[in-house]
Design a protein around this ligand. Structure first.
Ligand code: ADP
Ligand code: MG
Ligand code: MG
Length: 250
């Protein structure tokens, strides 16, 4: 369903991704692990369409269509969702207002009509219930004063509402306590479905105890250098990344 072929990316003339190949099948959760500086975040930003990255070769096919030729908004409309490591706090913007604007922007980009307020509220309530999110939280300004765990719940709620085909979580576990980790994992597991694939990027194996991946890939120096099942993550936990060169070495 997602095919990344020969992806070659530079930042400021420094090549970061070196002909990366990766397939994520329909309904699959693929984990990417790897040392710091190996290019994991670069991959997630390039998928989302963040500027500053120069793609010099390769393609990213979502259901056969190269998303590299799309704007970030078009990618989101096609079903790409990137969960950020550090969610934004937006004072003065109510959470419901933000969610409705996000959802309707996606619908407009898809050529669908905007949701009426009652339809939107029904949809949010259904998603919040499924994810066991306290509706009081939805009455506050977006992420302002939210605990780490609440921000994560909000992100998972956004993900549920946007019904993405391809979700990328880049080190969404970093800095989370065990409860927040459980929230994210339960949310992801609740959203696992046919027609939806996940790329879970993490430096640590711990997250993968909760989100059990179908496949584990190791990234080093801008390439996938090893692939296996969930036991590969366990082996890495035991051995560390010493056998893989880090991108940070001079
Ligand atoms: P990871 O997420 O695996 O830790 P990154 O994708 O963040 O790796 O970084 C890969 C390499 O790209 C590192 O060597 C990093 O220093 C470099 N890099 C990342 N972002 C930039 C940038 N904006 N400008 C210059 N170099 C960058
Ligand atoms: Mg890093
Ligand atoms: Mg990173």
């Amino acid at each position: 369903m997602i095919e990344i072929k020969n992806l070659t990316v530079a930042i400021e003339d420094k090549q970061i991704l070196n002909g990366l190949n990766l397939t994520v099948n329909d309904g699959e959760v693929a984990a990417i692990m790897g040392p710091n500086g190996s290019g994991k975040s670069t991959l997630s930003y390039v998928i989302a369409g963040k500027e500053d990255y120069e793609v010099t070769d390769g393609e990213i096919l979502l259901d056969g269509v190269n998303i590299l030729e799309m704007s970030p908004d078009e990618r989101a409309a096609s079903g790409v969702f990137l969960a950020f490591q550090y969610p934004l706090e937006i004072p003065g913007v109510g959470t419901m207002t933000f969610l409705k604007a996000t959802l309707n922007a996606q619908r407009r980009a898809r050529g669908e009509g905007e949701l009426s307020t009652p339809d939107f509220i029904r949809k949010v309530n259904a998603a919040a219930e499924k994810l066991e999110i306290n509706k009081e939280m939805l009455k506050r300004a977006l992420n302002v004063g939210f605990s780490g765990g609440e921000k994560k719940r909000m992100e998972i709620l956004q993900m549920a509402l946007l019904e993405p085909k391809f979700c990328v979580l880049d080190e969404t576990d970093s800095g989370l306590d065990i409860d927040a980790l459980r929230i994210v994992s339960e949310g992801v597991n609740a959203l696992r479905a046919k027609g939806r694939s996940f790329l879970v990027i993490t430096h640590y194996q711990r997250l993968l105890d909760y989100i059990v991946p179908d496949v584990v890939h190791v990234m080093s120096q801008g390439q996938i250098v090893k692939s296996g099942d969930k036991d590969l993550a366990k082996a890495l936990e035991a051995s560390g990344y010493a056998e893989y060169r880090t991108g940070e070495a001079a």
